[in-house]
Design a protein around this ligand. Structure first.
Ligand SMILES: Cc1cc2nc3c(=O)[nH]c(=O)nc-3n(C[C@H](O)[C@H](O)[C@H](O)COP(=O)(O)O)c2cc1C
Length: 473
């Protein structure tokens, strides 16, 4: 009787301390090595360019998770291990891209059924094991993180960023699926042990004991992508697609890899503590705010980049309301979203009933305070608008902490695509310190913390070319 409650108490204490630490103004320790930019898996890679099957995985992964060349128009990304490439199409704190994808491929795909690990740098899938005879159709992607990637730079602030980054990667997959005309549903609350079992990985507490000398991955979310059928209609109950996969034995192990730094080790322990959900998995259908316009969604996915600061120029009210609505309506978990603007100075939000209009919720200039809260990123005080996700009260359960951060990353990524389609510039903002929005608006302390942000600016207009002497004549 005594032992389980002791475990619960130490888990609660770890989570409470980690939350207070991540929100504190304590500086981060000096950088440590980020380690390899991907996990290495043995075996023959499967041909992702293969034709056949209604669900073309090669194409889907190329637009959602595949690394690409760094383009000239955006700032360079330094992934930290000498790889001169943009490691994924989705945004990621520090460009560190800690998210990995395990593909559970059932019938109807361009790749034979089985368990695969995706290599985003080479755009290859390594077969790690067979599929069960009754595997659900389509592909389930189990998303995991390699904590050291992000902990190397963000130390005690890494674990919320790992969750936010995973939310962005979930959205990248789900929105790419919709752009390809497919159906995507996702879960952000499944117990990590069940996710790991489905992916053929050791349970969260058992990685090092099972595969000593390899780099642990922490399972956080899953996306199930299928070709659209009438069974996808709302209200149709489909069984959890992880069940059959989780009954299979472990699949192959990765090559040897580095252990995390002490900060990475602690971030991993926090993620384990946050992912011991006992509630049933909740799956919900991904929807895009691009109703019926698959090609504009595909174009927004291709065009999305984080614009380099400064991000001057307040978006017009209709555009700002559309981006806020995209964030608010992205999924059933919230969190609540508002935006800080300068003209007139204050906070605004959008209402689901009137998605094209802005509703003021507070007056007064908030952006300089936001700049201080966001680890002193001074340029935010002049940003065109700063979208803010608020939630995770001090009393939040482990499940709420995990799910609200994942959902905030997911919603920010959906909002980025809407903003990109409208020609706005965007930049996610992930590190928030002492950012008690509720208290600063005169409410009770510890109830409404900023957990994610998205800076917006009106479209970039290059300054007119300066006239040469001959032009002036
Ligand atoms: C969760 C998260 C937090 C981020 N936080 C910041 C931030 O605080 N400041 C900043 O300038 N950029 C931030 N970024 C943007 C990343 O630096 C950017 O996504 C990364 O360099 C990759 O570039 P890309 O988005 O153009 O692909 C964040 C991105 C994410 C997903």
């Amino acid at each position: 009787m005594g032992r389980p409650s002791m475990t619960a108490t130490s888990t609660d204490r770890l989570v409470a301390e980690a939350l207070a630490e991540a929100r504190s103004t304590r500086p981060v320790d000096p950088d440590t090595s980020a380690g390899p930019a991907r996990q290495s898996w043995a075996g023959e890679p499967t041909d992702l360019a293969a034709e056949g099957g209604a669900l073309d995985l090669g194409h889907l992964l190329a637009t959602s998770l595949k690394a690409g060349p760094v383009d000239r128009t955006a700032e360079p990304v330094d992934p930290g291990d000498g790889v001169s490439t943009r490691l994924r199409p989705a945004a990621s704190a520090g460009g560190l891209h800690p998210v990995n994808a395990h593909l559970l491929v059932g019938p109807g795909c361009s790749v034979p059924p089985g368990r695969y690990a995706y290599d985003p740098l080479e755009h290859r899938a390594f077969r790690r094991g067979p599929a069960p005879a009754n595997a659900p159709r389509g592909m389930v992607a189990v998303l995991t993180v390699t904590v050291q990637r992000t902990a190397s730079h963000y130390g005690h602030r890494a674990w919320p960023l790992l969750l936010l980054d995973t939310g962005h990667a979930v959205a990248a997959l789900a929105m790419a699926a919709i752009a390809h005309g497919h159906h995507a549903r996702l879960t952000l609350n499944v117990n990590a042990a069940r996710l790991a079992a489905a992916a053929g990985l050791p349970g969260p507490d058992r990685w090092n004991a099972t595969w000593a000398g390899t780099t642990a991955e922490h399972s956080l979310a899953a996306v199930h992508i299928t070709v659209r059928t009438p069974a996808d209609q709302p209200g149709h109950l489909t069984p959890c697609p992880l069940t059959t996969w989780a009954a299979e034995p472990l699949a192959t192990r990765p090559a040897t890899g580095p252990a995390p730094s002490p900060a990475g080790h602690r971030a991993g322990a926090v993620l384990i503590a946050l992912s011991r959900t006992t509630a049933p998995a909740i799956w919900w259908p991904a929807e895009s705010s691009f109703s019926g316009e698959k090609s504009s969604l595909a174009q927004a996915i291709a065009n999305r980049r984080s614009a380099p600061p400064p991000l001057h120029g307040q978006p017009d009210p209709g555009a700002l309301a559309a981006v806020l609505s995209a964030a608010i309506n992205a999924g059933p978990y919230g969190p609540a979203w508002c935006a800080a603007v300068g003209m007139p100075p204050g906070l605004v939000t959008a209402d689901p009933s009137e998605p094209k209009a802005l509703r003021p919720i507070a007056s007064g200039e908030a952006r300089p305070t936001l700049a201080v809260w966001a680890a002193r990123q001074g340029w935010l005080s002049q940003a065109g608008a700063v979208l803010l996700a608020e939630g995770v009260p001090d009393s939040a359960s482990a499940e709420q902490i995990r799910v609200e951060h994942l959902a905030a990353g997911y919603a920010a990524a959906c909002a980025e695509l809407t903003a990109t389609a409208l020609g706005l510039r965007t930049r996610p903002i992930g590190s928030w310190q002492a950012a008690d929005l509720g208290a600063s608006l005169g409410g009770p302390a510890g109830q409404r913390w900023v957990i994610h942000g998205l800076a917006l600016a009106s479209p970039f207009r290059p300054s007119p070319p300066s006239h040469s002497r001959s032009d002036r004549r």
